[in-house]
Ligand binder design. Structure first.
Ligand code: ADP
Length: 320
C-alpha cells in the first residue's frame, strides 16, 4: 500500500485520446522522500454503463503483470469522486519524440543502439508474457531522468495467447503501422510491434519520421515505395488478406510491382548504421510478418555487441 498521494497538482503533463495525465506527489514518510508520480485519469466512456472502457481495464491488467526496468511501473490504481479510474504511474520526464525533435541534441549511433536495446528488452518482456503493445511510437517510449527508457501507454495492448481469436486491425498510429494491418489481417502477432519499432529505429537515425503518410492509402504507397510491393512472391498468402490491394503505380498498368528492397537500398539511406545495423533494421521491417525477427532474435543481433558499444543510460543525450 502506498503512502497517501498529495492533493493532485494541477500541472498537466499531457493528454491522449483516452486520458489526461497530471503530475502528483507521493507524500514523504519518515523513511522516504516525496516522489513525483504521474496520475493518469482515464476519460469516462459513456458507451459503458459503469464508465470504464476496456482500454482502461486492459492497461491496468497488463501493467500489473509486467514488471521490468524497461516497462513503466504502475504504482497504484484508485477511483476519483467522478468515478474516473486513475492510474498512478512512475513519473518520466521526457520521451523519445522530444529527443528526436530537439535539434540542439546530437544523437550518435552508440546512443541509438542504447535506446534500441532498451526498447527491445521491454518488448521482449511483453512478448514473453504474450502481450502485444500495439502502439509503439516515439512518444510512447518514455525516458526517466537517469536515461532509462520505458515502454508506456498500454491502452491498446492485447494478449495474443490465443492464436485463434481474431483481433481488430484498427490499431497502431498510422506512421508506425505494418502492412498486414492495412490489409485487415485479424490474426497478427508480436511482429506488429517489431515493425513499429523498426520504423522508430529509422526515425532515430533520420531525425524525421521515415514513412509519414497523410491517409491510410498514402501510408500504403509509402510502405510500397520504401520496402517494396507486397506480392505472393515476397509474402505468400498476402493476396488472400481481406483488404489486399496495391497502389495504382505498382499495378502492371502503372509500372509494375517494386521488388522487396535489398541491402544496397537501405545502406544508401542508413549508411551510418553500417552493415550490421542495416541487417537488423531489414529483419525488423520485412513485408511478410513471418519473416521479421522476434525481439529475442533482435537482441542477439551482432550489431549490439560490435563497436561502438551502446551508451550507458546516464550518459545519453537529455533535454536541458
Ligand atoms: P493515452 O492513453 O490517452 O494516449 P498517454 O498515456 O499517451 O494517454 O498519455 C498522454 C500524455 O501524457 C503523454 O503523451 C505524455 O506526454 C504524458 N504522460 C503519460 N504518462 C506519463 C508519465 N508516466 N510521466 C510523465 N508524462 C506522462
Amino acid at each position: 500500500i502506498l503512502p497517501a498521494l498529495s492533493p493532485a497538482s494541477n500541472r498537466k503533463l499531457g493528454e491522449g485520446a483516452y486520458a489526461v495525465v497530471n503530475l502528483g506527489h507521493r507524500r514523504a514518510t519518515s523513511t522516504e522522500l516525496a516522489v513525483p508520480v504521474a496520475i493518469k485519469k482515464m476519460k469516462v466512456n459513456t458507451e459503458f454503463r459503469d464508465g470504464l472502457s476496456m482500454d482502461a481495464i486492459r492497461e491496468v491488467k497488463y501493467l500489473r503483470e509486467l514488471h521490468h526496468p524497461n516497462i513503466i511501473a504502475l504504482l497504484d490504481v484508485f477511483s476519483s469522486k467522478s468515478q474516473n479510474l486513475c492510474l498512478v504511474l512512475e513519473f518520466l520526464s521526457s520521451d523519445m519524440e522530444m529527443i528526436i525533435k530537439d535539434s540542439s541534441l546530437t544523437l550518435s549511433m552508440a546512443d541509438v543502439k542504447s535506446w534500441m536495446l532498451m526498447s527491445l528488452r521491454g518488448l521482449w518482456w511483453c512478448h514473453k508474457a504474450f502481450v502485444l503493445h500495439r502502439d509503439i511510437k516515439p512518444n510512447n517510449l518514455l525516458l526517466a531522468s537517469n536515461g532509462v527508457l520505458k515502454l508506456a501507454d498500454f491502452g491498446l495492448a492485447r494478449s495474443f495467447a490465443d492464436p485463434y481469436r481474431p483481433m481488430t486491425s484498427n490499431v497502431i498510429t498510422r506512421w508506425y503501422r505494418p502492412p498486414e494491418l492495412f490489409y485487415g489481417a485479424k490474426f497478427y502477432s508480436s511482429s506488429v510491434d517489431i515493425f513499429s519499432l523498426g520504423l522508430v529505429f529509422c526515425e532515430l537515425m533520420l531525425r524525421t519520421p521515415f514513412l509519414p503518410g497523410n491517409t491510410d492509402l498514402h501510408q500504403l504507397e509509402l510502405i510500397c515505395q520504401a520496402l517494396g510491393t507486397p506480392t505472393e512472391e515476397n509474402w505468400p498468402g498476402v493476396t488472400g488478406l481481406p483488404g489486399y490491394c496495391v497502389p495504382q503505380a505498382d499495378t502492371p498498368a502503372g509500372g509494375g510491382a517494386i521488388k522487396e528492397r535489398g541491402k544496397d537500398f537501405f545502406m544508401n539511406t542508413f549508411i551510418a548504421a553500417g552493415e550490421p545495423g542495416v541487417e537488423l533494421l531489414m529483419r525488423m521491417i520485412r513485408l511478410d510478418p513471418r519473416k521479421r525477427c522476434s525481439a529475442r532474435e533482435a537482441l542477439d543481433a551482432p550489431w549490439f555487441s560490435q563497436e561502438p558499444h551502446p551508451t550507458i543510460p546516464a550518459n545519453l543525450p537529455k533535454r536541458g
